[in-house]
Design a protein around this ligand. Structure first.
Ligand code: TXA
Ligand code: MG
Length: 349
């Protein structure tokens, strides 16, 4: 960190990140240039220094910090502008590394772990005292995840603490799936982005826990309901609505929101000027191509999922009066996409 006095616009008042330096914790002029790197060691050093940085995962980019350092964790909440009542996922390289932090890992969950981890699935399990309360917002349950992204995985293996990371968006906004989208939301607010390219899945992890002897889904995610059902031999209950689900406070009604009003495309709608259109697999003849994005030319829903957030962010930046998006079919990962779109469109209905 540089401490500097200048009237250059890139220099601004900042009271953050003073804990890890000898600078006094008061407002002073400083410059926090956000650097993009591919150097895992540089990212590891920043995390060891209790800094908050962005990291790539196979789902979306995360806003990461040492999950055992309360100061660093509270910095995540500040940068993300997220209420501290909304807990964070802890990321580990392997289940063995997580053992000291979890009280119990049910056999059904272990079965899902064996099938889908490392990968985009998160387990909500009873925690031990080693997990700071700030991570779980006071809950006795901690969310643990074992990512498959090779760069994040290598980073985790080089650390001797778990990494807390929510998605790297400002609270309520669309999650970034590439480094430049992190820059667009968090430039000059974090020192480093570890660039791992495009995210493979493009939607957040699936969150599962136990309800008595059955698996329950708290957040639909990149492992879809069909995959879970085949693995379990039954269709797990879904409990992802904020009204009946005090266990996962993050499942709010409005989320993943663009600034531009986002609505579902109605079949009878004619194209209009100054409206952006997002289609699943093809642009109808009478729609102007310059105003349209296609999520997958073959209609492959996994590709639709991978491109969805990028398309929303791209359209949002183009100054349209509104964005209309075609609904995917409610099957497989389509259910997860619909879950995200329901929250993303909710405040514009
Ligand atoms: O794919 C993902 O899971 C990404 C990447 C970065 O790993 N992370 C992510 O984190 O989506 P976040 O914070 O944006 O969403 C995590 C959700 C929130 O809704 C939060 O409320 C819930 O998980 N959650 C985390 N810990 C919890 C806990 N102890 N109890 C209940 N819900 C929890
Ligand atoms: Mg999020």
């Amino acid at each position: 960190m540089f401490v500097y006095t200048s009237n250059h616009p890139a220099f601004f008042f900042n009271t953050r990140f003073t804990e890890s330096t000898s600078a006094p914790n008061i407002g002073y002029l400083c410059f926090m240039a956000t650097k993009i790197t591919q150097d895992i060691k540089e990212a590891a050093d920043a995390l060891r220094g209790n800094q908050v940085i962005a990291i790539p995962t196979e789902t979306v980019y995360g806003l990461a910090a040492n999950g055992l350092c309360i100061q660093a964790v509270s910095e995540i909440f500040k940068v993300k502008q997220r209420p501290t009542s909304n807990p964070l996922i802890l990321h580990f390289a392997h289940l063995n590394d997580a053992i000291p932090y979890i009280e119990d890992f049910n056999e059904e969950l272990k079965h899902l772990y064996d099938l889908f981890s490392p990968g985009p699935i998160t387990f909500l399990v009873p925690k031990t005292d080693k997990v700071p309360e700030q991570i779980t917002s006071g809950s006795k349950f901690v969310a643990v995840r074992f990512p498959s992204h090779p760069i994040f995985s290598a980073l985790l293996q080089s650390l001797d603490f778990p990494v807390a990371a929510p998605s790297a968006n400002k609270y309520g906004s669309v999650s970034p799936t590439r480094a430049d989208e992190v820059i667009a939301q968090l430039n000059n607010e974090i020192p480093l982005i570890l660039d791992g390219g495009l995210c493979q899945y493009g939607l957040e992890s699936t969150i599962v826990g136990m309800n008595e002897d059955r698996v329950i889904v708290y957040r639909l995610g990149s492992i879809d309901l069909d995959e879970l059902s085949v693995a379990l031999g039954y269709v797990p209950e879904i409990n992802n609505q904020v009204d009946h689900n005090p266990l996962t406070p993050g499942m709010v009604k409005y989320h993943y929101s663009t600034k531009t009003p986002l609505r579902y495309l109605k079949e009878y709608l004619n194209p209009e000027e100054n409206i952006g259109y997002i289609f699943i697999s093809g642009i109808p003849d009478d729609f102007p191509k310059g105003q349209c994005i296609v999520l997958s030319s073959t209609g492959n829903l996994k590709e639709v999922a991978r491109n969805l957030y990028h398309a929303l962010i791209n359209m949002d930046a183009r100054g349209f009066n509104a964005i209309y998006i075609e609904k995917p079919s409610p099957e497989g990962i389509g259910l997860t996409i619909l879950d995200r779109l329901q929250r993303a469109t909710a405040k514009f209905i």
